[in-house]
Ligand binder design. Sequence first.
Ligand code: ATP
Length: 587
Amino acid sequence: MGGRPRRAGCRGKMAVVGAWTTLGEPVPAPPRLACRALELGGGKKKRAPWDLKGQVSDLQAELKTYKEEVQQLRKGGQELEEQRQELLARNGDLDRQLQAVKSELHVSQEQAQQRLKEVKELSDLKHQLKQQLTDTTRTNKELEGTNKDLEMAKRDLSALLEAREGDLAQSTQENRELKAQVTTLLQAATQREDQLHQLEMDRRRLHNLVLELKGNIRVFCRVRPLLPSEQEAGKGLEHLHFPPQDNGALVLSRPEESHTGRSCKGNTRYDFSFDRVFPPACSQADVFEEIAQLVQSALDGYHVCIFAYGQTGSGKTYTMEGPDNLDQETLGMIPRAVRQVFQGAQELEPKGWEYSFSASFLEIYNEGLRDLLVGRSDQAPDLEIRRVSQASEDLHVPNLRCVPVASEEEVLKLLHTAKANRSVAKTIQNDRSSRSHSVFQLCIKGYNTDRALRCASVLSLVDLAGSERLKPQSKTERLRETQAINASLSTLGLVILALSKKEPHVPYRNSKLTHLLQNSLGGNSKMLMFVNIAPLEENIGESLNSLRFASTVNQCHIGTAPAHKKGGGGLPRTSDVGGGGKGPGPS
Ligand SMILES: Nc1ncnc2c1ncn2[C@@H]1O[C@H](COP(=O)(O)OP(=O)(O)OP(=O)(O)O)[C@@H](O)[C@H]1O
């Protein structure tokens, strides 16, 4: 009863015990006794039902076997427990090992991560370096190319340098030769300059000599043409004759009436001779041609005075300034002279001369001086003529506007201003301009610093007041004006006469005009008088009057007078040339 299932259970347990652990280690073998007991029980003969004693003895034997078996099993269980404990301990070890391995693995993983990161970085770096290497290689290649080019260029340059060095050596040699030539040329140039300077000084001297031979005072007669209005009125020029063979002769013929005035006794002939006579057809250019030499003298350092003398309406202003509607053809003597002065100064520049100029323009009316370069002011006091200093004979007009000028245009502007100021006066005071002298003065200063020379002169261009005689019916104001004009004109004549006779006393101070021009008259100064003649027969009386005055002047000969000393001022270490100082030529 119940024996078989127990055996089966024993076999089942043994099967379990005989299995391998998960770790693969062998499990100890189960106890063998129990199985033997079973075999015994199975091998015995079945007892008769009555053999109770035998049956009990079998059962006891079987129990004993079972007990032994249990004993054995217990022992085996213990061993198994021990094994289990052992295995658990081993398992713990293994767990720990596993943990350790795991943590090692984790560390390794982290390290691996780190390594991977580093590998990545290194890979990037490698990539960059590779790129750099590529770039560098490319640059290198380029540089190599450039290097080759440079090498070639260097070779070329070396060749060029060699060639240049050769050239340089040759140039240096040539340079030395050229330097020697330059030195020779410079010496020659200096000699030439000296010669040129000498020639210039000779030219000045000879020019002056020529003018002196012509006479330091000369008279030109100019007869103006008939004005359109006069032509319309049928006026003629029959009483005027210009002998073709003599360009300095003028003949006037006047019908002489009998003392009763009823019959004509015939023509009276008046012969005049001047340095030049300009018939009506002569142009401004023709006239200027004759005075150009005088203007050159002014640049050479000689005072030059050019006067226009004649009755009102005879063409004085036209001759000196030109008509109101001025053009290149009709430019008068003043603008032409100014142009020549500036051109002449420029031409003298290469010869070492530098010039400076200043201009003034005044009018003398009723023996009073008025500046034509400033607007009219009735309150303005008349200008006075004064000595520059006690020690000097030189005169000047304090407060007179003396404008530094550097070009022809600047002077023309001044002439324009003067003209405008004169016309204002003309309107305020009926035709005052005809009854006043206008004096344009250009002060010329020349310096030749290389040769320590200087020259200074004044070019005076004077439009004199109308020279007509006093009419018996003249009113007080006109009477005063005419007296003042006549007095100054006759003083001019007397001064010229006194100078020609070399009289010790020259009455400069008898009129404002001669007083003002004192420095520019006499000595080496050059004087030219235009006697302007109106062509009408009705003017013959005034014309004769003017021509006689001019003839007297023309007969005067003013030679080289002892030079009047120039006053102080100027350049201290320079010498004067020209008429303002010790005569022509360098001192
Ligand atoms: N050579 C000439 N050719 C053409 N016209 C002339 C000439 N000379 C003078 N005239 C003219 O004659 C007129 C009078 O001349 P201008 O005014 O020059 O005389 P003036 O002697 O200066 O007179 P005033 O004493 O009144 O100033 C003007 O109309 C002028 O243009």
